[in-house]
Design a protein around this ligand. Structure first.
Ligand SMILES: *Cc1c(COP(=O)(O)O)cnc(C)c1O
Length: 455
């Protein structure tokens, strides 16, 4: 019997709706609150930054939200994405487990992020917005949004952390190719940037500073709005196109996963793959384990606390209910830049608190060992973030080998690493170190959180 490695769908099988898991949750995520008076904030508080349609989606309780035709049309450039059976990896691990992965690296910018960048650009366009601002660290989000804005003829203004701007010229050039303006942050274009530069002209920048710049421009210009690539409810919902396609593909393969795994930064690619499967647990009594894979150097899910906290480092956002290490926590400079975020989105945090999902922490050395094993077996070189999901999948496959059980494992290969080869270079040169927070460091970080409990 010939092996089917690649399970594809037709263009007309692209899902027509996004799935909103909030509709099926018994305990709904708690609302964001105002830092000044701790009262829930209303949608109007977000109006200077986001278009109304995205704010509606942020608070929606509808189970499904229709994907606009124009968005589905752009999705067709790379969707449906393939799902693969990883026969070679199974063989290399000598495991009875069946391993599948969904590959989001086929998108133009190389990750899952355009799944939300495209609808965000579209809804802004529909409401007459001329310019979208955002921040980017390593550049995955900035490049996805630049790509999306070009399709809807919106200017894209990206504040890129200065040190990354200097060290990662190719991501910046991708953004330029798609017509975006990219500024090294801190810049002299905003008051926030000017203030930092006055204190320290050589500041390498940080994500917190870049956020402040992007938000300031959006808040002070009527024709500009701001956009985020993870954490928020509407972002997670847009990503559910991944899991819905994966269910159709697993059905075609005549299989269904026992375990669904994805790397975890703010939660968007994890939610995207796992929520449609979790719906089967919540609504159909299935028992699929969903595991989020985070780095040991930024372990908010496995070692953080469930508290209200700021979404940004400086403390400008509303307070969100989240698993967090504290908004002032600065993770070590691991190469998986997309996973260096102090908190987790409200929906994922509520699900974890209710023990409906699981989390596991992976050290960066183990993650790169897994990524190289994957590349040598399956060909694709994963993004450093994606390596965490591979490592968790390999751990589960090894457990199957020990127990002799044949489980079906599905993980999200959420992006390729073709622009991250310097991280692999460091790994091959033996320069990557194991990094795990001590209990003292976790206690110190958590002790600094002075925001309210989630009740
Ligand atoms: C941004 C990014 C992540 C982390 O963000 P999530 O919102 O948790 O998905 C993970 N992998 C890749 C490839 C990314 O670009």
């Amino acid at each position: 019997m010939s092996k089917q490695r690649k399970i594809t769908l037709q263009e007309n099988e692209i899902p027509t709706h996004w799935y909103n898991i909030v509709a099926d949750m018994a305990n709904k995520p708690r609302p964001p609150i105002n830092p000044a008076n701790h009262e829930p904030i209303g949608p109007e508080a977000l109006a200077p930054l986001f278009p109304m349609e995205l704010i509606k989606q942020e608070v929606s309780q509808e189970q499904y939200v229709e994907i606009p035709e124009a968005v589905r049309d752009v999705y067709k450039l790379w969707r449906p994405t393939p799902l693969y059976r990883a026969y070679n990896l199974e063989k290399a691990l000598d495991t009875p487990a069946k391993i599948y992965y969904k590959y989001e690296g086929v998108s133009p910018s190389g990750s899952h992020k355009p799944n939300t960048a495209v609808p965000q650009a579209y809804y802004n366009k529909m409401e007459g917005v001329k310019r979208i601002t955002t921040e980017t660290g390593a550049g995955q989000w900035g490049s996805a949004l630049s790509f999306a804005c070009q399709f809807f003829d919106i200017e894209c203004e990206v504040y890129m952390v200065k040190i990354s701007y200097e060290q990662k010229p190719y991501r910046k050039l991708m953004m330029n190719t798609w017509g975006a303006s990219v500024y090294a942050s801190p810049s002299d274009r905003t008051q926030a940037g000017q203030k930092v530069l006055a204190d320290n002209p050589d500041s390498p920048g940080s994500l917190g500073i870049a956020i402040s710049e992007a938000v300031e421009v959006a808040a002070t210009n009527d024709d500009a709005k701001y956009s985020l690539g993870s954490v928020l409810n509407h972002v997670l919902m847009h990503q559910t196109i991944i899991g819905q396609e994966a269910i159709l593909q697993m059905e075609k393969a005549g299989d269904m996963p026992d375990i669904v795994i994805a790397p975890f930064g703010g939660g968007s690619n994890f939610a995207g793959l796992s929520f449609p499967f979790l719906r089967m647990n919540l609504a159909e009594g299935k028992n699929i384990r969903c595991i989020a894979s985070e780095p040991t150097s930024c372990p908010k899910l496995t070692r953080g606390v469930f508290r209200y906290d700021f979404g940004d480092t400086i403390g400008m956002t509303p307070l969100l209910p989240m698993y967090t290490l504290g908004h002032t926590f600065v993770p070590a400079k691991i190469h998986a830049g997309g996973l260096r975020y102090h908190g987790a989105g409200a929906i994922v945090s509520q699900l974890l608190n209710d023990k409906l999902i699981e989390a596991e922490a992976i050290d960066q050395l183990e993650s790169f060992e897994a990524g190289v094993a994957f590349a040598q077996a399956e060909g694709i070189i994963p993004a450093p973030e994606a390596n965490h999901g591979v490592a968790t999948a390999i751990r589960e496959a090894k457990k199957c080998k020990e127990s002799g059980e044949s489980k079906t494992i599905l993980f999200n290969m959420c992006g390729h690493g073709n622009f991250d080869m310097s991280a692999y270079e460091a790994f091959f040169a033996g320069k990557l170190e194991r990094h795990e927070l001590t209990q003292e460091e976790v206690n110190d970080a958590v002790a600094k959180i002075n925001t309210p409990e989630v009740v």
